[in-house]
Design a binder for this molecule. Structure first.
Ligand SMILES: Cc1cc2nc3c(=O)[nH]c(=O)nc-3n(C[C@H](O)[C@H](O)[C@H](O)COP(=O)(O)O)c2cc1C
Length: 221
């Protein structure tokens, strides 16, 4: 099976978590003899004409994307809108959707949208692989390989089944919601996490107070 993977983050290839995940997935996918995957990055806008041709001529496609403000990145939306629907219903599209927050439920709205997206292009939907907690994937080199291993495994599975099955994805994406014990532990560790956020803010040269809520006045209460 020949698989075309579009990596849809606007971040550069070397920094993008999506890109690292796509490469891990490809590794597992290609372990099945006869399977071959190619990854293309939407950040290379000067290649979009070629990418449109690749889309036109491929029958098996995966779009890998990060969750941005609860939905798909603008860059991906823009690219999708340049694509012409297929003439025949003979192309399969699946998605790999990952985000920063750990609970899988916050990826579900975007998943609903992705379920519909292939039909707009006259393609079949073959499922969405979901995973949260990916904020620090590329930031912590020590744990990167370990955190990517489940994606290698899902690449192996996809390489054989050619789709993402709902139940398997839910297991992979867990937790759907934090349980009570985790929530209590989080509350107890909140002073530590506040320190961690302050440290991150300093790294990004944030000068304001972290408790500041500049948009509060626009929210109806
Ligand atoms: C502008 C922006 C918006 C984001 N919105 C969300 C969000 O709504 N939910 C979430 O879980 N993560 C969110 N994230 C975190 C990213 O999905 C996460 O860090 C992802 O691993 C980034 O992948 P990338 O490096 O390939 O862009 C956001 C990140 C950015 C930069």
């Amino acid at each position: 099976m020949e698989l075309l993977i579009f990596s849809c983050s606007p971040r550069s290839e070397s920094k993008s978590n999506t890109s690292s995940i796509a490469h891990a997935f490809k590794k597992g996918f290609e372990e099945t003899p006869g399977n071959k995957a190619e990854i293309y990055h939407l950040t290379k806008r000067n290649q979009w004409e070629n990418y449109k041709e690749l889309f036109k001529n491929s029958k098996e496609i995966i779009f890998a994307l990060p969750l941005f403000v609860e939905c798909i990145p603008g860059l991906m939306m823009e690219f999708m809108e340049t694509l012409d629907p297929k003439e025949k219903l003979d192309t399969n599209i699946a998605f790999i959707l990952q985000g920063g927050f750990p609970e899988a439920n916050q990826l579900r709205t975007c998943e609903k949208y992705l379920e519909k997206l292939p039909s707009y292009l006259n393609c079949n939907y073959k499922g969405t692989l979901l995973k949260g907690n990916m904020f620090s994937l590329n930031l912590i080199e020590k744990s990167k390989e370990k955190n990517l291993e489940p994606f290698v495994e899902m690449g192996r599975v996809y390489g054989k089944k050619h789709c993402f099955e709902k139940e398997e994805v839910s297991e992979f994406a867990a937790p759907e919601f934090f349980d009570k014990k985790s929530l209590t532990l989080m509350k107890l560790s909140s002073p530590v996490s506040k320190l961690a956020w302050r440290y991150m803010a300093k790294m990004y040269d944030v000068e304001g107070d972290l408790k500041e809520k500049p948009f509060d006045k626009f929210v109806n209460k």
